[in-house]
Design a protein around this ligand. Structure first.
Ligand SMILES: *[C@@H]1O[C@H](CO)[C@@H](O)[C@H](O)[C@H]1NC(C)=O
Ligand SMILES: *[C@@H]1O[C@H](CO)[C@@H](O)[C@H](O)[C@H]1NC(C)=O
Ligand SMILES: *[C@@H]1O[C@H](CO)[C@@H](O)[C@H](O)[C@H]1NC(C)=O
Ligand SMILES: *[C@@H]1O[C@H](CO)[C@@H](O)[C@H](O)[C@H]1NC(C)=O
Ligand SMILES: *[C@@H]1O[C@H](CO)[C@@H](O)[C@H](O)[C@H]1NC(C)=O
Length: 534
């Protein structure tokens, strides 16, 4: 079934044909004034002939609704419905603009079925109000009492299942009003379905979808170009995305750069599609698609410090440095209880960071941000705060800092290009650097250079430690010195060292202490080294 399948009164067909004959330039057809009404069967048409407003009956329904649909293209594709929850059961519906700017739908016996609840400010004694259908699909009630006309109500403030270019999606933080999206219940019933899409401003804004009261899905935060996990992205030849987050409001919208016809539609099963009208084929082409019902992409599927991938079974893994909280649940492919640290943080200078890439950032509701901080300042801020669990650059196109102060929840693997730096105990990082990375690389020389870099904080500086605790270091570095292929330092290694940021003097001192390995670890090293020499 197509989402835009519908039937409308034959009356509308007749009158719209008549309107068409009159041509798109008839100036008065896009407005109605105070005390004027539109009966079921009448319509008004926007100035450029793009949209039409009137009563219609969707699909197999018997109920009537006041709606806005495309006129010039894809005739009958409804983009907005006024009385979603209060249909008219006969053809007696009327739209009226009251003297004071209230838009009303009345049934035959003058009962109010729906109202915009809007009024002009009381200081106007002789209010002049009109309602106008704009060519972007916005129905606006204007107060024209004074020379400077003002908007007293607009349909763009009450989105339904369709996000048109120029519509805000987000929240007015002064009034508390949300610009949210809800699908139709079914093709035949425009009443709000179970799904609710909104922009959550708590912490750092991200998009959520819930079904009833259950959180289903979450996007990542805005990264300067896009919301992580959504297909819409800047730069784009057709549209530009705008994200605004200040004290008054937080919202996201897209504006067309060309005459392309785009809409974003949430379908009754909650599939969200981006549709583009193609003249040649006289149909809508689907651009991006986001299926939030995908059960493996569900919010919090993997629990704290877990990482979820829909391309893997079981979908959950623990982040590096973490292990399953309840192993036998994980063994039954249930990772919902999440992961715990292998080594506790020491909440001092002994902690470091591990960079992870290619993920949608964890839930940012318990985060804070500062757009003027650099990544280095961000790291320091996270290091200094015991409760900080991770940090990241908040905006890929400039500096900016995002800090997490809670368990890291709902990390999803994807092709996002932003890096996340998670806090780990230094013992974890040391062990990871010495054994984890080393055994993968089997590269003794790189290992030697790594250690050098960690200790000296400088690349390729000659190694000399007057410290007598240098058993292992000396061992490895003497070996490294014997080798000739000194160019083999991989960039990845250098990056690894940089990530660990163990570069200050006090940290070097700390590293030296951590490098007093026990016999067992040293033996392990020797084994790996033997392998490396083969
Ligand atoms: C609308 O109707 C009211 C009451 O009948 C009247 O007072 C007012 O002048 C009318 N306004 C316009 C613009 O016709
Ligand atoms: C007007 O019609 C509605 C149904 O359209 C009905 O519920 C209501 O009782 C009627 N009111 C009067 C005063 O007849
Ligand atoms: C208008 O206000 C009434 C009562 O406060 C409310 O039930 C109704 O939903 C409001 N209508 C709109 C379109 O907001
Ligand atoms: C997974 O484990 C949790 C307890 O951590 C339990 O509540 C949940 O029902 C389990 N899910 C399944 C599908 O077994
Ligand atoms: C953001 O960071 C800058 C630079 O570190 C600092 O001067 C400023 O006070 C911070 N702003 C807030 C709101 O913390």
């Amino acid at each position: 079934m197509r989402p835009d399948q519908w039937i409308f009164h034959s009356f509308i067909l007749l009158s719209s044909c008549a309107l068409f004959l009159l041509g798109p330039t008839s100036a008065t057809l896009d407005t109605i004034s105070a005390n004027q009404t539109i009966k079921d069967g009448d319509t008004i048409v926007s100035d450029g002939n793009m949209f039409e407003l009137g009563f219609f009956i969707p699909g197999k329904s018997k109920n009537g609704y006041l709606g806005i649909w495309y006129k010039k293209i894809s005739y009958g594709t409804v983009v907005w419905v006024a009385n979603r929850e209060t249909p008219i059961t006969d053809s007696s519906g009327m739209l009226k603009l009251s003297q004071y700017g209230k838009l009303q739908i009345l049934s035959g016996n003058s009962t109010e079925i729906w109202s915009s609840n809007s009024t002009v400010s009381m200081r106007s004694d002789n209010p002049v109000v009109v309602v106008q259908l704009l060519d972007n699909g916005n129905l606006v009630v204007w107060d024209r009492s004074s020379r400077k006309q003002s908007v007293i109500w607009q349909s763009f403030d009450y989105p339904g299942n369709t996000m048109l270019p120029g519509m805000k999606f987000g929240k007015n933080l002064v009034t508390g009003r949300e610009w949210s999206l809800t699908p139709w219940t079914s093709e035949d019933d425009p009443s709000p379905g179970l799904y609710y899409h909104w922009l959550e401003p708590t912490g750092y804004p991200q998009i959520f979808v819930r079904e009833g009261l259950v959180l289903l899905w979450r996007s990542g935060p805005w990264n300067g170009h896009k919301f992580q996990g959504l297909p819409l992205e800047n730069p784009n030849p057709l549209y530009s995305l705008k994200f605004v987050h200040n004290k008054e409001e937080t919202y996201y919208k897209y504006e067309l750069k060309t005459s392309a016809v785009l809409r974003i539609l949430v379908m009754p099963d909650d599939t969200t599609v981006q549709l583009n009208w193609i003249d040649q084929i006289q149909d809508w082409a689907m651009y991006g698609i986001a299926g939030v019902k995908d059960s493996w992409g569900r919010y919090r599927l993997c629990g704290p410090y877990g990482s979820c991938s829909i391309n893997r079974y079981p979908p959950c893994k623990c982040l590096v440095g973490f292990r399953p909280r309840v192993q036998d649940e994980w063994d039954r492919a249930n990772g919902s209880s999440g992961c715990e640290r292998k080594h506790a943080l020491d909440c001092g200078s002994g902690d470091g960071f591990k960079k992870i890439s290619g993920v949608i950032f964890p839930d940012t509701r318990r985060s804070s941000y500062n757009h003027s901080m650099t990544l280095e300042e961000c790291e320091t801020a996270c290091r200094m705060n015991c409760g900080c669990t991770a940090y990241a650059n908040s905006d890929v196109s400039r500096s900016g800092c995002l800090l997490w102060f809670d368990e890291l929840i709902d990390i999803t693997e994807s092709d996002e290009k932003q890096d996340l730096y998670i806090k780990l105990a230094a013992s974890e990082l040391t062990e990871y650097a010495l054994y984890g990375r080393f055994s993968v690389k089997s590269d003794v020389f790189s290992f030697g250079v790594l250690v050098l870099e960690i200790v000296s904080g400088k690349k390729n500086r000659e190694f000399s430690l007057d410290d007598h605790n240098d058993n292992l270091l000396g061992h490895v570095c003497r070996d490294a010195a014997k080798r000739k292929d000194k160019g083999k330092v991989s960039n990845e290694f250098v990056e690894e060292v940089r990530t660990m940021s163990l570069t200050t003097d006090s940290e070097v001192e700390l590293m030296k202490k951590r490098l007093k390995f026990d016999q067992e670890k040293e033996k392990k090293m020797e084994e790996i080294e033997k392998k490396g020499k083969k």
